[in-house]
Design a binder for this molecule. Structure first.
Ligand SMILES: NC(=O)c1ccc[n+]([C@@H]2O[C@H](COP(=O)([O-])OP(=O)(O)OC[C@H]3O[C@@H](n4cnc5c(N)ncnc54)[C@H](O)[C@@H]3O)[C@@H](O)[C@H]2O)c1
Length: 246
């Protein structure tokens, strides 16, 4: 299989969509660098992959920090010799109406969701460009269209689309495929702890033509397609995985 033996960094791979993607990648023969800032869940992801016969390592790094993102890529190269795939998955929310949103709420979300993706792209692209092979997928969100209470998050996810298209234009001549995935509402453990879980999911399901929430595996499937050779002529795109909800 074409993905066999490729080296992938997945940021924020300790849980949710990143975890599902790590498992799916490993099942396709990809060697996975599980990045996160929380050791416990990341180590669990690595152990799960290894117990299924896959290959993975955990590298702790806060990708919002320039030097830590550099260290993540440097350590990956030290361990595996190169990097073929980057999934910019790490992300947070700090939902508040604008009247209550402070500078710290804006900075925290933009620094992790957008600057973190920029930092990781910055350090993997020279390696990928040199060998004229590389796949980058960044997690946007249906929220890029705008949501009340998500000025920071929506802006970060719209920014991901600008970053994706700009880098696709810059790196097309090096044969890099740089795309984004925009999930709808995904039933992760994090969502289950939402204080208004029932109300939130009822509303989302009602507005979703396919009549259900997405699963982390639904998003992992889309990411796996975009890093595969089936997507070799796709770059600068955003793939909506929303069950038809806009
Ligand atoms: N869950 C959804 O409904 C949904 C919908 C649309 C888009 N997304 C996007 O998909 C991505 C994954 O979402 P999820 O729901 O699986 O998230 P999650 O909260 O379950 O997991 C995110 C992971 O990122 C890690 N992380 C946070 N800050 C980090 C940092 N600075 N450096 C490294 N790791 C860090 C966390 O520790 C966590 O393990 C995010 O970018 C999110 O915005 C999610």
């Amino acid at each position: 299989m074409a993905l066999q033996g490729k080296i992938a960094i997945i940021t924020g791979a300790g849980c949710g969509i990143g975890h599902a993607t790590a498992i799916k990648f490993a099942n396709s023969g990809i060697k996975v660098v599980v990045n996160d800032i929380i050791d416990d869940s990341a180590v669990k992801t690595v152990n799960e992959i290894k117990s299924n016969g896959g290959e993975a390592v955990y590298i702790q790094a806060d990708i919002s920090k320039w030097e830590e993102a550099r260290k993540l890529v440097d350590e990956t190269i030290k361990i595996y010799g190169t990097v073929d795939i980057l999934v910019n998955n790490a992300g947070i929310t700090r939902d508040k109406l604008l009247r209550d949103m402070g500078e710290d709420d804006w900075d925290a979300v933009l620094n992790i969701n957008l600057k973190g993706a920029f930092n990781c792209c910055k350090f993997v692209t020279p390696v990928m460009a040199k060998k004229k092979y590389g796949k980058i997928v960044s997690l946007s969100s249906r929220a890029y269209l705008g949501n009340p209470g998500q000025a920071n998050y929506s802006s970060s996810k719209a920014g991901i689309l600008g970053l994706t298209r700009s880098l696709a234009l810059e790196f097309g001549r090096y044969h890099l495929n740089i795309n984004a995935v925009a999930p709808g509402m995904i039933d992760t453990d994090g969502l289950k702890t939402h204080p208004k879980y029932k109300m939130v999911i009822d509303r989302a399901v009602k507005g979703t033509p396919l009549g259900r929430l997405g699963t982390p595996e639904d998003i992992a499937n889309a990411i796996c397609f975009l890093v595969s050779e089936n997507a070799n002529y796709i770059t600068g795109e955003v793939l909506h995985v929303t069950g038809g909800r806009y």
